[in-house]
Design a protein around this ligand. Structure first.
Ligand code: CA
Length: 217
């Protein structure tokens, strides 16, 4: 899952980026509105965290222009006691908002919910054969036994599980799992797939030669 964070306060941007990466998300950042809009229009992010007050282009303008072409889930960060801002944000197509200062666990929970909703997952648990994926707790078990995955392995499984039954191309997986700062080693998709197969069974992820990967329903 790849997230774009558009925020002009350097400390907040750095802290959010670090926390999201610890959760296994690929994260791109923008410190002003123009850069943010450009990235949001170019890459198919799984969600955008968008501050309202930004230099060059404000969050409203970004939302308005983005919604002309994309329905990427947007979580708006607004100032306290500006309820008119929140109404305006929702009217312009924001999917959710959070009032600053916010608690990190709440931001993470809201992001998980947005990503689930955009994949039309109504429940937060997906069961595939003997494998059970808890999207809220971000845990996986097999035959009732907890399986330890790295953050990146988990996100790979989550993405394929949310798109189960579909062949997901390697290009799509690269776009959603890695960001521009990932080095080539963490970037080896085949290694992550192979590690997941060792833990969840070889047949759990099917390879579609020349096309990509698939988790069957
Ligand atoms: Ca700001």
């Amino acid at each position: 899952m790849r997230i774009l964070v558009v925020e002009d306060e350097p400390d907040l941007l750095r802290g959010l980026t670090r926390s999201l990466r610890e959760e296994g998300y690929a994260v791109d950042t923008a410190a002003d509105g123009e850069d943010g809009l450009c990235k949001a229009e170019t890459v198919n992010y799984d969600a955008v965290v968008l501050d309202v007050m930004l230099p060059r282009l404000d969050g409203w303008e970004i939302l308005r222009r983005l919604r002309a072409t994309k329905k990427t889930p947007v979580l708006l960060l607004t100032a306290r006691d500006r309820s008119a801002d929140r109404v305006r944000g929702l009217d312009l197509g924001a999917d959710d908002y959070l009032v600053k200062p916010f608690d990190l666990p709440e931001l993470l929970a809201r992001l998980r919910a947005l990503i689930r909703r955009s994949a039309s997952a109504t429940r937060s648990v997906i069961e595939l054969g003997d494998v059970r994926i808890d999207l809220a707790a971000r845990t996986i078990s097999r035959n009732g036994t907890a399986i330890v995955l790295t953050a990146r392995e988990y996100v790979l499984v989550e993405y394929l599980a949310l798109h189960r039954g579909e062949v997901v191309t390697r290009t799509t997986l690269y776009e959603h799992l890695f960001d521009d700062t990932d080095d080539t080693l963490s970037n080896l998709l085949d290694v992550h797939v192979s590690n997941v197969r060792k833990k969840l069974g070889h047949a759990f992820i099917a390879t579609r030669r020349g096309h990509g990967y698939c988790i069957e329903e």
